[in-house]
Write a protein that binds this ligand. Sequence first.
Ligand SMILES: [Zn+2]
Ligand SMILES: [Zn+2]
Length: 166
Amino acid sequence: MLTGRTFIATAGFLAFCASAYHLIMRGQSKPKHCVFCHPLELSRIVYQDPDLLVFHDIKPDAALHLLVIPREHLGTIKELSPDHLPVIRRMHMLGQRLMEEKGFTGDNARFGFHRPPFNSVHHLHMHCLGLPFKPKRAERMFPKDGSAWFMPAERLIENMAAESLV
Ligand SMILES: [Zn+2]
Ligand SMILES: [Zn+2]
């Protein structure tokens, strides 16, 4: 049995291990230590279907902070191929719909991916942020127009559609 505190510590430790593990085991279909490949606390999950899972970020950076992941283990955005465009589009559409249901639309909603090596977990995950950022400085991690460490979902989709990827 894991208490809440132990769970958080364990999850943090596993995220760290996942990064290290991926450096050596890149390309493996379902890494043993990937936190997002294993069941999450049910209370964090807000949506699930056979392909996608949506849950609350364990350390929210905004009024609402959800993560959309494919159940299948995909690596970071650098490891995507044009074949993944449909799944990325679905992740984005689902994220938009769930954020809209909670009242976050237009400039009050932001969607995107951290570019490696600025990602903590190497299982593909899209951040959905309902503004305002909390604390305000968290915005630096998710700049609206993108940066060396953040790729807005809309731009990733455009780039993939143009087959130029990242
Ligand atoms: Zn995974
Ligand atoms: Zn991330």
